[in-house]
Design a protein around this ligand. Structure first.
Ligand SMILES: Cc1ncc(COP(=O)(O)O)c(C=O)c1O
Length: 405
């Protein structure tokens, strides 16, 4: 299966690409639609970015809203999830002493965003430790809820975490936040196209996601979802033609005929909307290629590879399987020079995979997408065995086990 699919992607054949998680990768038919839109833009820029844009954006907005269980009016199209989360973080009215509750598994760019907001507002960040291995939902929710105080104004959580590739069970934490009048802000950079996502049912106040990672749309296709009740709290980061001094009351019209929420945030000066216009093709590609089955195959391959490495290293997984992102797994490594290991993997084996230190752990984060296959996993295991001297470790542990018995 994956050999056929591999031919449909543009990833260089000489690279064993095990890092879909960072920037995604686009299948050929999707990329062709993307180029079609770019060409259309170039052929008549005034028509494209002026008269036709509002109408052209309608189809992707509706397709994405349907896919993600919400209505088109609740979604604005952006270049990346970081922008969406910045809009929220920089809009919310925070004062000195207010608390932003978050975890120790968050993405570094967003940690910086909240640090910036705190410096400007006098609010403070409270970081709760999510213990590892994560084995029960209660372990997660109890840790988060224990961090809530009468000063907590914002709960900021990744849905799928970057350094640890965990699928956080965020549902109950969001509900607890709502009960206490705390705004929930969710970083869903890795979830669209990766897990079944129903935004309205999830009930977060603000949710930003990327379509350019696991949905496989072109880079620059992201969104911010906001519940209707909180849309009026948001201000655009860039004030442009979409801004009006009007009220944001229900039923108000924005400068381009959408709601003020959409028009104010989406219109940010001249930009290329082609990635967003390609979203319907990315969704069609997934349906036409039975991506649900492809994903199940990828998940099995990721879990099996992590298990094989675990046998060699003797290290426990970071979570029970249900809290591991389906197509991404953070595999613990023995103490090593992670920077050097990453270089050796690419230079000696052409394996592209993030390897890093996180807290006191060494981690290799494996992504498995439809273009990856079993032979690549075998190569990865043999490269890590070689570079980390794992066979020797295994022999030592076998001897120790014999001694103990
Ligand atoms: C958890 C998380 N949040 C946010 C981002 C940022 O995504 P983007 O650069 O598309 O804004 C990433 C990127 O990998 C991520 O892993």
């Amino acid at each position: 299966m994956s050999e056929n699919l591999a031919r449909q992607f543009l990833i260089r054949e000489d690279v064993v690409f095990l890092n879909h998680g960072s920037f995604g990768a686009c299948p050929r038919p999707v990329f062709e639609t993307y180029q079609h839109w770019q060409l259309e833009l170039e052929r008549q820029p005034v028509e494209f970015l002026g008269r036709a844009l509002t109408e052209n954006m309608r189809l992707p907005r509706t397709a994405l809203a349907t896919e993600l269980g919400t209505t088109p009016e609740n979604i604005v199209g952006l270049t990346n999830a970081t922008t969406g989360l910045n809009i929220v973080a920089q809009s919310l009215d925070l004062k000195p002493g207010d608390q932003i509750l978050t975890t120790d598994h968050e993405y570094s760019a967003l940690e910086k965003t909240w640090a910036y907001v705190c410096r400007r507002t006098g609010a403070e960040i409270v970081v709760v430790n999510i213990p590892l291995p994560l084995e029960t939902e209660a372990q997660f929710t109890d840790a988060v809820v224990a961090g809530m105080t009468d000063r907590t104004r914002v709960l900021f959580l990744s849905h799928i975490t970057s350094p640890t590739a965990l699928l956080f069970p965020i549902e109950r934490a969001i509900a607890e936040a709502r009960k206490r009048g705390i705004w929930s802000v969710i970083d869903g950079a890795h979830t669209p196209g990766h897990i079944p996502l129903q935004l309205d049912a999830l009930g977060a106040d603000f949710y930003a996601g990327n379509c350019h990672k696991w949905m496989m749309a072109p880079k620059g296709s992201a969104f911010l979802h906001a519940r209707p009740e909180v849309q009026g709290l948001l201000n655009p980061l860039v004030i442009s033609h979409g801004w009006t001094a009007q009220s944001r009351d229900a039923g108000a019209k924005g400068a381009f005929g959408n709601s003020p929420f959409i028009d104010e945030i989406e219109v940010q000066g001249t930009r290329d909307p082609a990635p967003w216009l390609t979203i319907p093709t990315a969704l069609d590609y997934r349906r036409d290629n039975d991506w649900v089955s492809v994903q199940a195959h990828c998940q099995a391959l990721a879990q099996d590879t992590a298990r094989r490495l675990g046998v060699l290293t003797g290290l426990e997984p970071l979570s029970a399987p249900q809290f591991c992102a389906p197509q991404m797994v953070a595999m613990p490594l023995p103490e090593c020079n992670t920077e050097q290991l990453k270089i050796d993997l690419i230079e000696r084996y052409n394996i592209e995979m993030p390897v890093f230190k996180w807290q006191d752990r060494c981690i290799a984060r494996l992504s498995v997408q439809g273009y990856n296959g079993k032979a690549q996993m075998d190569l990865l295991i043999s490269a890590l065995t070689d570079l980390l001297g794992l066979e020797a470790d295994l022999a030592v542990r076998a001897t120790q086990a014999e001694g103990a018995a």
